[in-house]
Each structure stands twice: as structure tokens, then as C-alpha cells.
Write a new protein. Sequence first.
Length: 526
Amino acid sequence: MPIALVVTALFLISNYVEPIVNDFTIQSFVVFLICVVFIGFGLSAFTSGVEQSMSKIGSVVGETLFAKKKIWLIVLMTFILGAVVTVAEPDLRVMASQIGLSEAMLISVVAVGVGIFVVFGVLRILFNKNLSVMFLAFYGIVFMLAALMSNSGKTLFLPISFDSGSVTTGPVTVPFILAFGAGLAASKSGSGRSSGEDAFGLTALASVGPIICVMIMSLFLDPETTIPTYTFNTHALSEFSSWGDFLPRFLSKLLNGTLHQMIMVAMAIVPIIAFFLVYNLFISRIRFKQVLSVLIGLVYAYVGLVLFLTAVDLGFLPVAQGVGYNLGSKENFWWLAILVGALFGLFGVIAEPAVHVLVRQIETVSEGTIKSKTVLFVMAIAVGGGVALAVIRSIYGFSIMYYVVPGYFIALGLTFIVPKIYTNMAFDSGGVASGPMASTFVMPYAVGVAYARAAGQFGEGASKQITSYIFNEAFGCVAMIAMMPLIIIQLMGLYAGIKRKIVYDRVRKTFIEPNDAQVIHFGEGV
């Protein structure tokens, strides 16, 4: 609703006050509102289905897999399920459709990266390894590969690489990975560590894998031949411009889009069903009633995902690109482009289903000491700021490394001085903040702004320069959404630690005299 209200305000102002957004026809606005309703119902059905199915699958696999005590089986099953779940992730599919590379190739590489790094996360839980050290090592590899890409002239793929890691943790993977990690941590005994601490961090590690794998893939690709000319519809907001043929055109696009998404989503969901049935037959063997509940949940998820992706292609994504293009093409309204981007980011994270799954689990694991509303508020402010920074980059055109190098330097440095549970949930929060709203609305908005700036700088006919500008300056927006919570939530943890220390020092001073060594015996029942 907040995103719809922002777009509604821009439509009314542009048509009746000041033409900020040109050619935003009432017919296209009606299509957008219809798609908002579809997205609302789609995400509701999808989230309910995923809660009933993916969370259950993750929990069952996490609890039963560790009981087998066979490392090879744990590694194999974790990799397969991590990769299969990633293929069904809607955020990844939406991003892949916007880039122009081979969708099958990009999704496959990302799925392999998630599978491998979920395995690393599971091994960390099993062998009690320090998450901060693992983050430092893996992000060290990321920046070494980034330097190698820069030296090889492959910088065009840098923003895509960081975005790939951000979009993988959405409404499919997050409930599964969180439940899987919680089940695995709860089933582990005798480690001497809190299962609550172990339950977080798995999502964050899953986000690193795609970055590394896409970077490695890019080293073997030639940007000149691999990346096609970027196509952009500058008249997206006036595509529906008359009532005469509105209904047949709308129904035709809706039907064709729905049929296409039914096939694509079935290809993504069926492997998950097959894996679960085979795993349950040979390993978990839960009751038929529970199996049926999971299958019904997957049907809900299927229907919801088809509705969601159809509405995104039909009305959500074109409007986001059109609004971004119009605001980016007006020199006098650059500040408004930044402000609207920040609002989209702020409201978008509040609308993310996976964020609400995470903040509820944070409050549960912390036994109510870390309030879900506080975490949600802090994340919303951080993400709004991150999108504003991304839009600034789209307008002025500079490398994403100016953001990610100092950003991750601060985030990784904080991991060594804040309580571990804050570190773990901060990195998980960064992953889940970049969900469906980010890939379907915020990213297209940034692409629209970047296209307008490039067209104004090089001319509408300079397709090669425009494509290069979009890949360098527009993509990477989702990566900014993912990075900001890493810093803000850890700073929140640092503040909480300092505040706790001050309170403890104050309490000590009330009953300990200077240079007084006291021994206080607390008896039972005191």
C-alpha cells in the first residue's frame, strides 16, 4: 500500500498540478492498481504457502539430517536442497529477466553458489567455527576477485555479481534456510554454544556464494559478445492510452503472461516436491497428514508465485522503470528522484515477507529482549538510505566499489566487537531485506533513472554506451539494500552493549566501595 500511495501521488501531481512524470495515462495507472491487488493476493498466498511448506521442509531436513551422523550425506543433501530451492526464488528470476544475459546460465550459477555456501554454513554449525572469521575470509576472496575483474576489464559484471548475492535470499529461501538452520542447531547437542546464535548466519553465508560464483563466471565471459543491447521502453507509462481497446489488450497480456509464468514456476516448484517426497520416503518418514499439509502449502505457493510474477511483468516493473526514467530525465528534479527512491526502499522493506519472518525469529530467539518492531524500523531507515545512495550513483555515474569497499570494511570490522547474535542477525537481515519489492520495483526504478541520465549524456541512439552505463551504474542497487542493515544493526548491537556496560557499572558503584573486595553469597531462593 505505501508504494501504491507514492505512485498514486506522483500520478495525481503529474496529471493535475505539475508534469513531473510525463505521459502517465489513467489507463496505465489503472493497470498498475490492478497489478497491486494481484501482487497483494499473490504474495499473501505465496507467503502462507511457503510458511506451511518450505519452513516445514527446512525444519524436518535440519532435524533429521544431523541425526544420521554422516558428513557426506549432510553435505550432499544440503547442497542439493540449497540449489533446488534457489531455482524457485522469484527475486532471482525477476533480476535475471532484467539483465539480458542467459537466464538459465545465471540462475544455474547462482544456485550452485547458494548450494555450496549453505554447505559451508552447515559445517560451521557442526564444527563450531567462528562466523566472523568466515565472513572475513570469504569477503576477502570477493574483493580479490573484484580486483582481478577490474584488471581484466570485466567491471561491467561487478554490480551484477553483488546483486546476485542479494536477490537469492527472498521469500522462498529465507523461510527454508532459517528453519533448516534452527532445526540443525537445535538437534546438535554437547557443543557448548547457544543454538540461538547458531540459528542465524546461514542466510548470510548463502548470499556470499552467488557473488563469488558470478564473479568467477564473468572472468570467462566477453562483455562485448555476452551482453546484448539493453532494451528500454521509454513509453511504458502510456502503453495503455485509450479505453477503446483497453479490455481486450489487458486480458490478452494477462492471459499470455499467466500461461508463461505457470510453466516457468512449475519448472521451479516440481524439483522441490520431488526432493521432499524422496527424502521423506527414505530418511525423515513423517506422517502422511504432514506430507499432505506440505504439498497443499506448495500449491498455495505455486498459485501465489504465478500471480505475483504475472503482475510484476504486466504493471509493476514497467511503472517503476517509467517513473525512474521521467524523474531521471529532469535536471530540476534530481532531488525528487533521490527522495522517491528512498521512500520506495523504506516502504519496500516493510512490505518484504521474508523480513517479517526474520524479525519474528529474532524476537523469539532473543526471548523478547530484541523487539521485532525495533529491528524492522532500523532496517527500514537503513534500506531507505541505501536506495538513496544507489540513485545518487545512477545519476552521477561512479563505481559501486566506492560504496561496497568502505561499507563492508565497516561491517566486517564491527563483527569483532559486537555481540555475536547481533552480527549473525545483521548479516541475515541484509540478505532478506533485498526481496521481491527490491527486485521488482526498486531495481527497475534505478534502471529507469540511469537510462535517462545515459540517454541525456550520449543520445538515445548510443545504445552501446547506454547499455554500459546501465550495467555499471544502475545494477548494484539491490546490493546496497543488502549492505546497509549489516552496518546499522551491528551499530545497534554496539549501542546495546555499551548501554549494558554503563548500567552494570552504575549498579556496581551502588554497593561496592572504592578498593573494597566483597564476596556476596546468594543462597537458594534469594
